[in-house]
Design a protein around this ligand. Structure first.
Ligand code: GDP
Length: 417
């Protein structure tokens, strides 16, 4: 089955690894649930405290809730990617490019000061959920969303969820949730951010500005993240790389300078990857160009970008390369972080339940042996008693005969006298 799975993955998106693993683990838990129900039904029929104690009955009952709880979590499990970086580095534009749709408002004036999460929904229209409210606010257009976002006053670490029709974006269909953060330059409450939004993240993307160097605030955030999560998967996108086209002579030098500093950060400061791996985590892209290119292909925009800048194709290619690596990393990391724990718990539960049922079986078998023993020993005693009774009755018969003979003899003697 694994072979089949890996073959199908090679031809389709790496994100399917997560989808397939999710399906498998859900099937396994379906199996555990029916095992629990069968055991429960069996125990209900046993009305003997010597075989199943009251506490064991309660314990088996509790497995039903535990398994249901895990199945519920599994149905909500998804892959989560969080984007960080300074305001205007292009976080929203990167997200829109990956979604191949202008979902998040971007640009000056539409800066969001809170976290905005884009996730898939099975509805035909998009809607928005504010933190602490179940009211679905309709957002069918970018303008609606921009208006809605600016009409609500939210705190820096509150969350707006944008639920967007899954059938409009393949990333959403494959259970990827994308989280945009407020600019890291706005005196962030790093601990609060990490606690609330990052502990379940599978991948982090640092959207840096290729026109400047990484800032200490950007680095500090990731240093803190790596204190709380072991070896987080971090990508660095040096965005706005189209700016380099205006200085082609300097391009190679700037690129190698960024590369060196980014590598230094990932390998020596964060210590999350080695040099070889780090090369596959650093990209030079132009989200603006890539978004425009994708929207043009979809026929969503007709206005040309202006003059196509030198290196345009290779920047598009590098964006696609980033996405491929990202998809591989996120699905592998999500399978590990999201399912390993459930798999362990499932295994433990199945083992405990098996041990318990085996103990019940053992007890019922020894009880049966005891009953058989009692039965056969009482049968033996009965036979002995019968034998004794037979002997006694023979004795009695003999005695009666002797007495009768004696009496007869005595009577005959008396008569003859
Ligand atoms: P955010 O604050 O990090 O979410 O940044 P936005 O995505 O809102 O982008 C801020 C501005 O930068 C917008 O006007 C974008 O069009 C522009 N922008 C984003 N990516 C690029 C890029 O790769 N190249 C250029 N030239 N501009 C970009």
């Amino acid at each position: 089955a694994q072979d089949r799975m890996s073959k199908s993955v090679v031809t389709s998106s790496p994100l399917k690894i997560f989808g397939n693993a999710k399906k498998s683990i859900r099937d396994i838990f379906g199996g555990i649930a029916s095992y629990v129900e069968e055991s429960k039904a069996c125990v209900q029929e046993i009305n003997d405290e010597r075989i199943c104690s009251a506490s064991e009955r309660v314990k088996i009952g509790e497995y039903t809730d535990k398994v249901a709880g895990i199945r519920e979590v599994l149905s909500r499990d998804h892959m989560k990617v969080v984007f960080f970086g300074r305001t205007s580095n292009g976080k929203s534009t990167v997200i829109n490019t990956m979604l191949r749709s202008k979902i998040l408002p971007s640009g000056i004036g539409h800066t969001t000061h809170c976290f905005v999460q884009v996730e898939g929904s099975d509805t035909t229209e998009g809607y928005m959920l504010l933190e602490g409210s179940a009211e679905k606010r309709p957002v069918s257009s970018l303008k609606d969303l921009a208006n809605a976002l600016s009409s609500v006053k939210l705190e820096e670490n509150s969350l707006i969820r944008i639920c967007w029709p899954k059938n409009m974006c393949s990333l959403l269909k494959d259970d990827v949730v994308l989280l945009d953060s407020p600019g890291i330059d706005v005196t962030p409450d790093l601990d609060g951010w990490i606690d609330k939004f990052c502990l379940d993240a599978d991948v982090f993307v640092l959207v840096a500005n290729a026109e400047s160097t990484l800032m200490q605030t950007e680095k500090n955030f990731f240093l803190k993240v790596s204190e709380m999560l072991s070896k987080p998967t971090v990508f660095i996108l040096n965005n706005r790389w189209d700016a380099s086209a205006s200085e082609p002579d300097m391009m190679e030098m700037v690129r190698s300078q960024h590369m060196e500093r980014n590598m230094e950060f990932l390998c020596n400061e964060l210590k999350v990857v080695n040099k070889k791996e780090a090369e596959g985590r650093i990209f030079f892209v132009s989200a603006k160009e890539a978004l425009h290119n994708r929207l043009t292909e979809k026929g969503a925009v007709t206005t040309p970008l202006g003059s196509v800048l030198e290196g345009y194709q290779s920047r598009l290619f590098e964006f696609a390369q980033f996405e491929r690596t990202f998809e591989e990393c996120i699905s592998r990391s999500a399978v590990k972080t999201k399912f390993a724990q459930h798999a362990h718990k499932g295994k433990l539960m199945a083992c405990e339940l098996r041990e318990l049922m085996e103990a019940l079986l053992d007890r019922s078998q020894s009880l049966r042996e005891e009953v058989t023993k009692v039965y056969s020993s009482s049968t033996n005693q009965l036979a002995q008693l019968e034998r004794q009774l037979a002997e006694i009755s023979t004795d009695i018969e003999n005695t009666i005969r002797m007495v009768a003979d004696d009496v007869q003899l005595k009577v005959s003697r008396a008569l003859s006298d």
